[in-house]
Ligand binder design. Structure first.
Ligand code: NAP
Length: 320
């Protein structure tokens, strides 16, 4: 089979399409014939050797995919050969025609959900769910600011929050992106490059501020966020690419919580709960992943450049 292999850490050019042996499932594992692969920003940090997670070289990148169960190992009970599944984490790497997963890393894909959509679920939807509910404690009746709502995590957060009865304010950097943010269920879609967008948020909440912020670029926004939160508000730092100066007094005087999160730290119990909720949301139609761009697997290097460019629109997916 064909797989993208990384033989040394470096720029996108280190992603090479190679022929590798077919995979087999060990006990408690499944082999998935991959139909679509989700490209996440974290894949680029790991490839560059800049992430805390440093796989042993050579390796096949990627954690998210969707496809058909090709074979199952001993003791596997939850899925059978021929089942359509989405993959949230793998043993062997997702950028390939096949991947090996532990049984708990695959989840049933309802028939009306495409493989391309399935590839958009793993990291983005699990992150959005964990940030909004498990960390941010978002509740019906509250207002959430999805600060960076146009990309993979943001789109998921908007759909999850809207379905759960929150008032949703989402931001995006392009007209096309903001239009989609509104279509995905945001009550208000604002431009995070506009000089007055924070004033608009204050106005939209009648001066009260928002209860939860899901922050995609904390090094740019965290100081502003502290000024936008209501008393007892929570900001969840999901994305960050640098340093920022904040005034902790803002957090002190209004009992604000600044919460960090990394999906890798999720406990088994919380992870199972997240995917039970995501499968239910797919089944009842409230969760509909948006695929913005499809590219052949051979163009993985190009996808790694695209996922870091501004002007996000849903998910970038590779087709093997
Ligand atoms: P993505 O699809 O590339 O989307 C990036 C988002 O950031 C877009 O909505 C983009 O909006 C927005 N953005 C750009 N400039 C912004 C600004 N000044 N203010 C607010 N938002 C801004 O990436 P993703 O998959 O959604 O991931 C988002 C971030 O979270 C990445 O940094 C990723 O590494 C991180 N992440 C962390 C975890 C974790 O476990 N902590 C998990 C998943 C992702 P425009 O392009 O429209 O300007």
């Amino acid at each position: 089979m064909k797989a993208i292999r990384v033989n040394k850490f470096g720029g996108p050019e280190v992603l090479q399409l190679e022929d590798v042996p077919d995979l087999t499932a060990g006990p408690g594992q499944v082999v998935v014939e991959v139909r679509a692969i989700g490209v996440n920003p974290v894949d680029t940090y790991i490839r560059a050797g800049l992430h805390a997670v440093k796989p042993q070289l050579p390796y096949t990148p990627g954690s998210d995919a969707a496809g058909v169960v090709e074979s199952i190992g001993e003791q596997v009970k939850r899925v059978n050969r021929g089942d359509s599944v989405y993959v949230a984490g793998t043993v062997s790497g997702a950028y390939a025609q096949q991947c090996v997963c532990n049984e708990w890393q695959v989840h049933r894909l309802p028939p009306h959900v495409t493989y391309e959509q399935g590839a958009a679920l793993g990291i983005p939807y699990a992150t959005a769910y964990r940030a909004l509910f498990q960390k941010g404690q978002g509740k019906a009746g509250e207002t959430v600011l999805v600060h960076g709502a146009t990309g993979g995590v943001g789109t998921a957060a908007v759909q999850l929050a809207r379905a759960a009865g929150l008032t949703v304010i989402g931001t995006g950097g392009t007209e096309k992106g903001r239009k989609n943010v509104a279509q995905q269920g945001a009550h208000h879609a604002l431009d995070h490059y506009a000089a007055d967008y924070t004033d608009q948020i204050v106005e939209l909440t009648d001066g009260a501020g928002v209860n939860v912020i899901l922050e995609m670029l904390a090094n740019v926004n965290l100081a502003k966020d502290l000024g936008l939160l209501a008393k007892f508000g929570r900001v969840v730092v999901i994305g960050n690419r640098g340093k920022i100066e904040i005034d902790p007094r803002a957090a002190m005087t209004r009992d604000l919580s600044i919460l960090g999160m990394t999906l890798f730290n999720t406990s088994d119990e919380d992870r199972a709960s997240i995917h039970a909720a995501l499968v239910a949301g797919l089944e009842n139609g409230t969760l509909k992943p948006v695929v913005g761009k499809e590219m052949p697997l051979a163009e993985a290097a190009h996808a790694h450049e695209a996922v870091l460019e501004p002007g996000a629109f849903g998910k970038i997916v590779l087709i093997p």
